[in-house]
Design a protein around this ligand. Sequence first.
Ligand code: FAD
Ligand code: UDP
Length: 386
Amino acid sequence: MTEHFDALVIGAGYAGAVTARELAERGGKKVLVLERRDHIGGNAYDRPDAAGILIHQYGPHIFHTSDKRVFDYLSRFTAWRDYQHRVVAKVGDGYLPVPFNLDALHMAFPAEKADRLERKLLERYGEGARVTILALREDPDPELAEVADYVYENVFVHYTMKQWGQTPEEIDPATTARVPVLLSRDDRYFQDPFQGMPLEGYTPLFARMLDHPNITVELGVDARDRVALAEGRISLDGSEFTGPVIYTGQADELFGFQFGALPYRTLDFGFETLDMDQFQPRATVNYTVSEDYTRITEYKLLTGQVLPGKTTIMKEWSRAYTGVEGETPYYAIISPENNALYEKYKALAEGYPQLRLLGRLAEYKYYNMDAIAGRALALSDELLTK
Ligand code: FAD
Ligand code: UDP
C-alpha cells in the first residue's frame, strides 16, 4: 500500500523546502516532496568540484535580506559566514566599483570635476540616495547627463545587452533598478542588514531543513510522471489526492504549454580550475564593456574556503531559453506581454482550489532567495490557519 501524505510539494528549492518544513513541523502534516533533479536545493545547490572547491552549480548565490523573519528562520538550519558581497566591473585596465558609487565617480572623472559632480549629485538626490540609471538619464543638467552617459556606457548598456539581448530601456525597469547608482562610498553590492554565506554551504542548509520525520523526499522524479491534473481534481500515482499541492516548477509546463511557452533566459556556465591561489580581486568581476560573457565568479572568495594553489572560476553566458533537454529557465523575462501569458496559466491553476503556484518559476517573477523563503513562510501561515 502506498504511504498516506497530507501535502504534496513539487520542487526542493527554497519554495518547496521551506513550505515542506513548515507544513511538516508546524502543521504536523505528512509531506511528500518530488524533485526532478538528483539533488535538493534548486538553483541554490552547491557541491565540491573535482579539486575540492565548493562551487554553486547554477551560478553564484549570495544570501542577503532585510526580512528578519526569513533570516531567523534560515538561521535555524545554518550558521553563517559573515560576508559582504563586493563587485567590481572590469573597464579598460582598471576596476570600477559596482554599484557605481562616489568612489567610482572619482575614478571616472578628473579630481576637480569629480568634486563638482559629487556636490551636484548630492544636492540633487541627497546623500545615500539610490538613483536608477534610467532616472539619471532623464536628468536635465548637462553635467549630470555626462555622468549618466558614462555609467550607461561603462556599466549598463553592454552588460544588459549580453544578459537580456535588449537595452536597459527595453527591459523591465525593476531589473536595472536592482543595481542603482549609489550616492555614498558604500562599495557593497547589497545594502541589506543581514548578509552572509551559509557556513558549510547551501546544500547542507537544505538537507537540515528537509530532515524531518514528516517529510519524504524523492529525487529524480518528474512530477508530471506521478501527478495528473484534470477537471479541477488532482491525482497522485493514479489516486485522487485531496491535500494541498504546492507546485514550484514552470507554470506553462504544468499545463502542457497549451497557450504557448513563457519566454526565459538561460545561462551557460564555464568552470575552470586554475593552479593559483587567487585569480581576481573580488568574488565577482562584471565584464560590463568587453567579452561575450557577463561575469566571472571565483568561488573561494565567496565561501572563504582555504585551499592554496588551486582556485575555481566560473564564467556566465546568457542566451534565449529554447526549452531543449538539459537547458534551465533561469530568468523570467518580465514584460506586459509575457505577464499576460503567465496570467492565463495562473487562471488555469485557479481551477484547482488545492493547487498553489509558488516560487521564481511558478510565479514567473525575478525573486531573490529571501523573497521566496518569505513567500513560502507566508503561504504556510495561510495554509495552516485554514
Ligand atoms: P528553484 O530553485 O528553481 O527550485 C525549483 C525546483 O523545482 C527545481 O529544483 C526544479 O528541478 C524543481 N522542479 C521543477 N519542475 C519540476 C517537476 N515537474 N517535478 C519535480 N521537480 C520539479 N538569489 C539571491 O538571493 N542571491 C543571489 O546571489 C542569487 N543569485 C542567483 C544567480 C543566478 C544565476 C540565478 C539563476 C538565480 C540567483 N538567485 C539569487 C535567485 C535564486 O536562485 C532563487 O530566488 C531561488 O533559487 C528560487 O527558489 P525556487 O524554489 O523558487 O526555485
Ligand atoms: N546590470 C548591468 N551591469 C552590471 C550589473 C547589473 O547592466 O554591472 C544590470 C543588468 O541589466 C542586470 C541587472 O542590472 O541584468 C540586474 O543585475 P543583478 O546583478 O541583480 O543580476 P543577477 O545577479 O540576478 O543576474
